[in-house]
Design a binder for this molecule. Structure first.
Ligand code: C2E
Ligand code: CA
Ligand code: CA
Length: 648
């Protein structure tokens, strides 16, 4: 019988031939895609190729057995030894692959390596020196003896060890754990079946199925790809970061952040946004060994290992030159405002989590460049930023505790009416009770943290309820307080449930909505003006009214002055103070000009930061309606404020 005839007709090799086709398809798929340079990927590639070889060995043994009278006994024995040793090695490498994945690409110690290879080593000895006999009859063929039996023992050890790994505390994701368990159970079932049905040669099928399962859950190249930008995705980024950490060689993380992504998306749509990212990624690829990751919505990350002679500064200079341009997407010229944040990993951090933390922090702290012609800004992440991030995280912790344990105080700063010559209101300002951990934290600082960490709505609710309770318990209305000014953070103002929440609290404490004037600063943080405007008109319909806070600090522009939502305009101290400084002369023009402008538009003005008699006189003379500042009082605690009301 010729080999071709054998392959086509022999019933004993049909599983193996089907599996070979199957494995070849997987191999082709695997080789077609760009892969991450991970230790586990290397192991997987070896194992996948090993399966292919193994199936060939398998067919060879069937051939030598069915032609036992034509081949020399040693040839037959060798074919079987190769087949069984190969299968042993395969099961071992699969186990090792799973171990590397579970350990986050960490290299095992020498002792670990020795323990891992011991069963394989013993079994190889048995395969070399053990006995082997064959059965060939009309029912079929198989081999037996210690050489054949040893594979069942070592397979059992490695398969069970693989399953045990999935129950441990490690880096495997939940669905990965399940696919390993499934793959191993499939394998064990087939092995048991094989053990009891010696004539059916099913080990080839067994391996094919197992590899398919593992392939689909770990090594499927699509799992590591971002569909929109065709870069590697976040998951791939985490994996390669693990690998680079484990390899203990120096490397850099470069975040390329598109700071104006939100604007691009708003203006042109998300599709164009993704295309811009894709184009940027294309430019970066040649500089980064094709290792470009879409790590966050507006961020691409490069992981760079540099050869000795190459300097990071040169690399970044290159990158800056390449990225300093406009992007042409579907006929639109899109300008980007990019930051390149550079982290020297081995010299500054010791864990992956620290990398995520610090890069996220730095990306969020970007301030727009003054220079309109410069589109790329480079930032080397340094000691100072680590400290700032540390502080940021500490404040985040304090805030969480404060929100859970009523850890805030409200202080009140009286507001003086120049027309009626008395104190008719106050601004409520929040303070943290915790002054032990890192001392006093200015409210603007922790408000920003609350905004960035998604705590602002909870904090805002707490502040508002605190004020309501105080006003109700002490009957502020009867003490002559006409209204309280409450700061609403820009992000809080975007929360569509805000109007009803505030209304409910006001009703709960038997107060009226017009007792509350809401101060809003329209910052760059506001993503959608419509959402804020919608919220404001709803609040207005409930009876709340508004102040435009921090007028004169940059975000409030003239157009907004015509916005009839605002009844009061609060002049920031930076608009007031320069008038009272000697130089330069033009300082004398701005403040009176601004006051007249607002008055002409029919708006009422609150001046903040009033510290001296001179300020009081000038502002009163020019017709400013309300004054607030240290000249009258600093922000004071509840009981002091009640005292203040009594004595004034
Ligand atoms: P803001 O709304 O502009 O508040 C006025 C700030 O000016 C207060 O600082 C107040 O203590 C300070 N101030 C008042 N008079 C004078 C003065 O004569 N001289 C000087 N140098 N400063 C004066 P504070 O309490 O530190 O608050 C800072 C910022 O934190 C506030 O600025 C506001 O943006 C934010 N903030 C404070 N409390 C809250 C709150 O309850 N909710 C929200 N969302 N933000 C708040
Ligand atoms: Ca304010
Ligand atoms: Ca203000």
């Amino acid at each position: 019988m010729s080999i071709a005839e054998f392959l086509l007709t022999d019933i004993n090799v049909r599983f193996q031939i089907a599996s070979i086709l199957f494995v070849v398809l997987m191999l082709m798929n695997f080789l077609m895609y760009e892969k991450l340079p991970l230790l586990s990927t290397k192991f997987f590639a070896i194992a996948l190729f090993g399966v292919f070889l193994e199936l060939i060995f398998d067919i060879t043994t069937v051939y030598t057995l069915t032609n036992i009278d034509k081949v020399a006994p040693w040839q037959n024995r060798l074919a079987h030894q190769l087949f069984i040793a190969g299968m042993d090695a395969l099961i071992f490498s699969l186990f090792f692959y799973i171990k590397i994945l579970a350990d986050g690409q960490k290299r095992p110690s020498l002792l670990q390596k020795l323990i891992c290879v011991a069963p394989l080593f013993i079994s190889l000895l048995v395969i070399i020196f053990g006995d082997l006999s064959y059965v060939v009859n009309e029912k079929g063929i198989y081999s037996y003896g210690s050489v054949a039996t040893t594979i069942y023992i070592s397979a059992a050890i490695y398969l069970i060890a693989s399953i045990i790994i999935t129950f441990g505390h490690n880096e495997l994701e939940q669905n990965s754990r399940w696919s390993i368990r499934c793959a191993m159970v499939v394998c064990i079932l087939i092995t048991l079946f094989q053990f009891n049905n010696k004539y059916v040669l099913s080990s080839g099928l067994s391996f094919g199925l197992m590899f398919l399962l593992i392939f689909m859950s770990f090594e499927n190249p699509k799992e590591h790809r971002d569909q929109e930008t065709k870069c590697f995705n976040k998951r791939a980024y985490h994996l390669l970061l693990s690998e680079y950490f484990s390899a203990k060689k120096p490397f850099y993380v470069l975040d390329i952040v598109v700071n104006n992504m939100q604007n691009i998306n708003n203006k042109y749509g998300h599709d164009i946004g993704h295309k811009v990212l894709t184009q940027i990624a294309m430019e970066c690829k040649p500089l980064a060994n094709n290792l470009v990751f879409h790590s966050r919505g507006n961020t691409l990350t490069l992981l760079l290992r540099l050869p000795e002679e190459e300097k990071i500064a040169d690399k970044i200079a290159n990158l800056t030159t390449i990225l300093e341009r406009e992007w042409n997407v579907d006929g639109n010229g899109v300008a980007t405002d990019l930051s390149i944040n550079v982290l020297d990993v081995l010299n500054s951090v010791s864990s992956k989590d620290e990398v995520y933390d610090i890069t996220l922090y730095v990306a969020g702290k970007h301030v727009a460049s003054k220079d309109k012609d410069k589109h790329v800004e480079v930032c080397y992440i340094d000691e100072q930023q680590f400290k700032a991030n540390q502080r940021f995280l500490t404040i985040y912790n304090i805030l969480q505790t404060a929100i859970a344990n009523d850890g805030i105080n409200i202080v009140y700063q009286p507001i003086y009416s120049t027309k009626r010559q008395k104190f008719i209101s106050a601004e409520a300002l929040v303070r943290l009770k915790d002054t032990q951990t890192i001392g006093f934290i200015p409210p603007d600082e922790f408000i920003t943290v609350a905004e960035e960490k998604g705590l602002i709505n909870d904090l805002g609710d707490m502040i508002f309820e605190n004020i309501c309770r105080f006003a109700y318990e002490n009957n502020l209305v009867e003490r002559g307080v006409e209204y309280i000014e409450v700061n609403i953070s820009a992000l809080q103002g975007m929360d569509t449930s805000l109007p009803d929440k505030l209304k409910n609290l006001v009703e709960k404490y038997n107060l009226t909505t017009n007792f509350f004037n809401l101060e809003i600063t329209e910052t760059a943080a506001i993503e959608s003006m419509e959402m804020l405007a919608g919220n404001m008109s709803k609040l207005k319909s409930y009876g709340f009214w508004f102040s435009m806070d921090d007028f004169g600090t940059g975000y409030s522009n003239l157009a907004k002055l015509f916005d009839e939502n605002y009844e009061l305009i609060k002049f920031d101290k930076s608009l007031i103070w320069p008038y009272f400084e000697a130089e330069p002369e033009r300082n004398k023009v701005l403040l009176p000009g601004a006051i007249n402008l607002i008055k002409d538009l029919g708006g009422k003005i609150v001046a903040e930061g009033v510290e001296t008699k001179e300020m009081v006189d000038m502002l009163t003379e020019h017709g400013v309606d309300y004054l607030q500042g240290y000249y009258f009082s600093k922000p004071i605690g509840e009981s002091d404020y009640l005292e203040f009301l009594k004595s004034h």
